[in-house]
Design a protein around this ligand. Structure first.
Ligand SMILES: Cc1cc2nc3c(=O)[nH]c(=O)nc-3n(C[C@H](O)[C@H](O)[C@H](O)COP(=O)(O)O)c2cc1C
Length: 320
């Protein structure tokens, strides 16, 4: 066959193969073609969109957080774009509930992690029984949503409840269980230790942080819920600090999340100790092309540093 743009040369094939191997990771027993995951809450409830996101280059998808029953969420405004590339949101965990979502993903063929959220220990066995028989990689448990009463952060702030929830889930599934933490009232390092001791397989850090904005003309808080969660670029140094400290404290893998917009941001999280990273707000500003831009930047960085695999640089900042 003649070499042209649509038939890559042997050298090209080798280098594509090499670079894809460079980015592959193992996360809590799951093998992923690259470390880029969709963060929960972004485009996260349609199988068709999951397929599109995977085809556009992600290593895996994390769904929107799903509760046992449907949640309507708050009335608008629920999401405000901030000047400095971030969002303030109080969506209120709006989702279609576990029956509808399990039906949506019943023929899933891509690497999908289902994010689940509950208000009591008894919600979780119901959620696991809905999803465990489906073709999914595992679960991310949202114990850190900062703006819904009795869910998310209020659960994550209660160490005894966190232990009970993890043990309950682990006794009902063989799939990996990832716990998503944020900045609440309980010290994040104390929480990370409890999470590891309770048998979880990995930790995602961090969720949005409680924040608010006020319209100076009217004097009114802009979100209908008044307080929401801050995401995007302002979050990055806090996320990097959390990943750094958590990965020093525990042995289970850490997934970095918060303000990752460029390949440099991604590398920073990996150097801090992240095995994988999640992308959220960047999609709103850069679109889906962000995935390949970030992967290309990481690949070039690894080549420049003479590294054969991204695994070689996980937590490298710890040695200083
Ligand atoms: C509109 C919106 C909805 C979100 N929904 C969820 C959710 O359902 N579950 C969850 O664990 N995190 C949710 N998050 C938090 C993100 O997954 C992520 O932790 C956070 O946005 C920080 O990452 P980023 O700066 O890349 O956006 C949501 C964030 C936004 C902005």
């Amino acid at each position: 066959m003649k070499n042209n743009a649509s038939s890559p040369t042997t050298t090209n094939i080798k280098s594509i193969y090499k670079s894809s191997n460079m980015l592959s990771i193992d996360l809590a027993g799951i093998h992923l073609r690259n470390p880029l995951l969709l963060a929960s809450g972004f485009l996260g409830i349609s199988q068709e969109i999951f397929n599109r996101l995977y085809n556009d280059g992600l290593g895996a998808i994390v769904s929107k957080s799903i509760s046992v029953s449907p949640l309507d969420g708050y009335k608008g405004p629920t999401v405000v774009s901030l000047g400095d590339k971030g969002y303030l949101n109080a969506v209120g965990l709006a989702n279609p509930g576990s029956d509808v979502f399990a039906h949506e993903i019943m023929n899933n063929q891509i690497p999908l992690i289902v994010s689940i959220v509950g208000s009591s220990q008894s919600d979780f066995p119901k959620l696991i029984s809905k999803f465990d028989k489906l073709n999914i990689l595992g679960y991310e448990i949202n114990l850190s949503c900062p703006h819904v009463a009795k869910m998310g952060m209020e659960v994550g702030d209660d160490p005894d409840l966190v232990t009970k929830i993890i043990k309950t889930i682990k006794s009902r599934t063989k799939k990996p269980v990832i716990i998503k933490v944020g900045i609440g009232n309980t010290d994040i390092l104390k929480l990370a230790t409890i999470i590891q001791e309770s048998g979880a397989d990995a930790i995602t850090a961090i969720n949005t942080i409680r924040a608010m904005i006020i319209n100076v003309e009217t004097g009114m808080p802009i979100l209908s819920n008044k307080v929401g969660g801050l995401s995007g670029i302002p979050l990055k140094p806090i996320g990097v600090r959390c990943v750094y400290e958590i990965s020093k404290k525990v042995d289970i893998p850490v997934i970095g999340c918060g303000g990752i917009f460029t390949w440099e941001d991604a590398i920073e999280y990996v150097l801090a100790g992240a095995t994988a990273i999640e992308l959220g707000s960047v999609i709103g500003y850069t679109g889906l092309k962000a995935f390949n831009q970030i992967k290309l930047g990481i690949t070039k960085y690894l080549q420049k540093k003479d590294c054969k695999s991204i695994k070689e640089i996980v937590g490298l900042a710890h040695k200083y």
